[in-house]
Design a protein around this ligand. Structure first.
Ligand SMILES: Cc1ncc(COP(=O)(O)O)c(C=O)c1O
Length: 403
C-alpha cells in the first residue's frame, strides 16, 4: 500500500526546485500541492472549455453547467451526501460563516449555547464569537485529553438542553488528533443540539460518510484536498438547508425580484449568490477523481505510517517535544528546545524542507500547550521517508547552529 502511493511524487509538478531537485514539502495541512491532472483540468476549464454557467443559452454554457453540476454530485458522493445538500463556498471558512450567519442568526438567541473545543482553528471560533456579539449566545469550550484529543467524556458532562450546536474539528490541524464523530453526533443529538464538523484536515486522509456519521453540517476546503484554492463546500441535511434564510444577496440565488420584494431559489442555489467558482469546481472534481483512484483510506494509512515514523525519530532527538497523540493523522507538531519555530523553519528552508511554523490559526490551542508557536510537519500523498530524513538532517543542522 505504502509504495504504491509513494511513487506519486512524480504526479506533482510543484514538488521540484527550480533546478529540478526534489523539494521536501511538509506543509500539506496548510495547502496541498496539485497533481498534474488537476492542473490540466483547470487549464482546460479556463481555456478551451470556458463559458459561464446556469445562464447561457448557447451550447458551451450548457456543457459547462453540466460539468459544474457534475462536480457538485461528485462532492456529494465523495462525502456520502445528496447533491442538493452541497453548497459551494469559497472554502471551509466561508462555509462556517454561512452556517453561523444564516442558521445561527435565524435559530439561536440569547441564552442558547454553542460547544467548541480547545483545539479549533480560528475559522471555527471567530464566526461563533461574531454571532455571540449579534445574538447573545454563550460559547463553551470542551477541554482536551492529555494526549490532545477532544475529550468527549468531558463534552458529555458539559452538554445541556441549552446547547443548540456542537462544532468540532474532525482532525486537528495542529495535533493530527481525530474525533470520534459518530459519538460526538450522538452526544449532541442527545441534548437536542445540531453538530457541525470541520472536515478540512479529514477529507484528504479519511473516508468520510456524513450520513453514516449522523452529522448535520460538514465543511471542507478543496485546496487541502489537492484541488484549487477559492472553493470548498458546505454540506447540510436537506431539511436544515431548506429552513435557512439566504445570507448573500444577488444574482443566481433568487426566484423573482421586484422592488417590492424578492423570493429566493431553493437550496443550494439560495446560498450561491453571484457567478460561482466555475473553473475551481472543475478542478475540485478532478482532485476528487485523483484521490479516489488512489483510495482515501490508502492515502490516510500512508500518511499515518509516515507520521508515526516522524514522531518516533523526532523523540529520539531528545531536545524535541512532540505534541499530539501517537495515532495522529498525517500531522505532527513539535518544538525544538531553545529554538523559535520560525528560526527552525528558516534553516529548514535552506535545506529544501518546507514546514509550517507559527500558531497555525489555533492560538487558544497554543495557550493550552503553553507555547507561542510550534513547528509543524504535515504529510501528503507525495511524501516518503526521504522527506523525514531531510527534516531530521535540517533539525540536526539547526541544533549545531544554535549550539
Ligand atoms: C481544521 C481547519 N479548519 C478550517 C480551516 C480554514 O480553511 P480555509 O482557510 O481553506 O477556509 C483550516 C485551514 O487551515 C483548517 O486546517
Amino acid at each position: 500500500m505504502l509504495t504504491d502511493v509513494v511513487s506519486r511524487r512524480a504526479d506533482f509538478p510543484g514538488l521540484f526546485t527550480a533546478d529540478g531537485r526534489p523539494w521536501h514539502y511538509l506543509d500539506t495541512a496548510a495547502s496541498a500541492q496539485k497533481p498534474q491532472v488537476v492542473v490540466d483540468a483547470t487549464a482546460q476549464a479556463i481555456g478551451v472549455d470556458y463559458a459561464t454557467v446556469h445562464r447561457g443559452v448557447y451550447a458551451r454554457s450548457a456543457e459547462m453547467t453540466l460539468a459544474f453540476e457534475a462536480a457538485r454530485r461528485k462532492v456529494a458522493r465523495f462525502i456520502g451526501g445528496q447533491e442538493h445538500e452541497v453548497v459551494f463556498t469559497r472554502g471551509a471558512t466561508e462555509a462556517i460563516n454561512l452556517v453561523a450567519h444564516s442558521w445561527g442568526g435565524s435559530q439561536l438567541k440569547a441564552g442558547d449555547r454553542v460547544l467548541l473545543s480547545t483545539l479549533e482553528h480560528h475559522a471555527n471560533i471567530v464566526p461563533w464569537q461574531l454571532l455571540r456579539e449579534r445574538t447573545g449566545i454563550a460559547i463553551d469550550v470542551c477541554p482536551l485529553t492529555p494526549d490532545g484529543r477532544i475529550d468527549l467524556d468531558a463534552a458529555e458532562r458539559m452538554l445541556t438542553p441549552a446547547h443548540r450546536l456542537v462544532s468540532l474539528a474532525h482532525v486537528s490541524n495542529v495535533l493530527g488528533s481525530t474525533l470520534d464523530v459518530a459519538r460526538a453526533a450522538a452526544l449532541a443529538h442527545g441534548v437536542g443540539a445540531r453538530i457541525l464538523v470541520d472536515g478540512c484536515q479529514a477529507v484528504p486522509r479519511l473516508p468520510v460518510d456524513v450520513a453514516a456519521m449522523g452529522v448535520d453540517f460538514y465543511v471542507f476546503s478543496a485546496h487541502k484536498l489537492y484541488g484549487p484554492t477559492g472553493i470548498g463546500a458546505l454540506w447540510a441535511r436537506a431539511e436544515i438547508l431548506e429552513a435557512m434564510p439566504p445570507w448573500h444577496g444577488g444574482g443566481a440565488m433568487i426566484d423573482r425580484v421586484t422592488f417590492a420584494g424578492t423570493t429566493y431559489a431553493p437550496p443550494p442555489a439560495r446560498f450561491e449568490a453571484g457567478t460561482p467558482a466555475i473553473v475551481e469546481a472543475i478542478g475540485l472534481a478532478a482532485a476528487i477523481d485523483y484521490v479516489e483512484a488512489l483510495g482515501v483510506a490508502a492515502i490516510g494509512a500512508h500518511e499515518m505510517a509516515l507520521t508515526a515514523r516522524a514522531r518516533e525519530e523526532l523523540r529520539r532527538l531528545n531536545s524535541v517535544t512532540v505534541f499530539g497523540p501517537d495515532d495522529a493523522a498525517g500531522i505532527v507538531s513539535f518544538a525544538l528546545d531553545g529554538v523559535h519555530p520560525h528560526d527552525l523553519g528558516t534553516i529548514l528552508d535552506e535545506e529544501g524542507v518546507a514546514i509550517r511554523a507559527g500558531h497555525h490559526c489555533a492560538q487558544p490551542l497554543m495557550d493550552h500547550l503553553g507555547v507561542p508557536a510550534t513547528a509543524r510537519a504535515s504529510f501528503g500523498v507525495y511524501n516518503d521517508e526521504s522527506d523525514i530524513a531531510a527534516l531530521l538532517r535540517g533539525i540536526e543542522r539547526t541544533k549545531r547552529i544554535f549550539g
